[in-house]
Design a protein around this ligand. Structure first.
Ligand SMILES: [Cu+2]
Length: 166
């Protein structure tokens, strides 16, 4: 009889971790989902930057620095080491959308980029645009933004190019 109880308690002990493991697995998805949502909420409230992968690079394919062009100017955006996704896509790693800075506006890289005449958002995931510019010289720069329109850390941005519009 004594060994019967001993066996029974041994079986109980053996079974416990299995049951516990099953229970953890059962709620793991919900826990991860809640964690993700809490993380996104905090990121939005606190302007937490999204990390960019090493080597990610944004660049303006066209026009080239120093080009003389006519308005409207076709500006073609380049990105390597990351992907383009519409704004608001929260749970995909290493994606963002382009922003075009026109004539060097002051930008707070630690906050979402505002939408102004000098800061154009391409939140649908566009990779080029037609830009109407007045005659004269203009500066253009690309800055990649995360799902909440905030520059990455480190920022993924192009060189500033200067073009002349005839
Ligand atoms: Cu944006």
């Amino acid at each position: 009889m004594k060994s019967y109880f001993a066996t029974l308690s041994l079986l109980t002990l053996l079974a416990t971790p299995v049951l516990a493991a099953e229970k953890t697995d059962k709620y793991a998805d919900y826990k991860n989902m809640a964690k993700q949502q809490a993380g996104n909420y905090a990121a939005e409230k606190l302007n937490l930057p999204t990390a960019s992968p090493a080597g990610a690079r944004a660049y303006i394919i066209s026009p080239k620095d120093g080009d003389t062009v006519t308005s409207p100017v076709t500006v073609v955006f380049g990105l390597s080491g990351m992907g383009v996704a519409p704004a608001g896509i929260k749970d995909v790693a290493n994606v963002g959308h382009h922003h075009l800075l026109i004539d060097a506006p002051t930008v707070d890289f630690a906050a979402p980029l505002p939408m102004t005449d000098q800061i154009k958002h391409f939140g649908a995931g566009q990779t080029e645009t037609q830009l109407a510019l007045k005659p004269g010289t203009h500066k253009l720069q690309l800055v990649l933004g995360d799902w909440k329109h905030q520059p990455f850390n480190p920022s993924v941005q192009s060189e500033v190019i200067t073009i002349t519009v005839k």
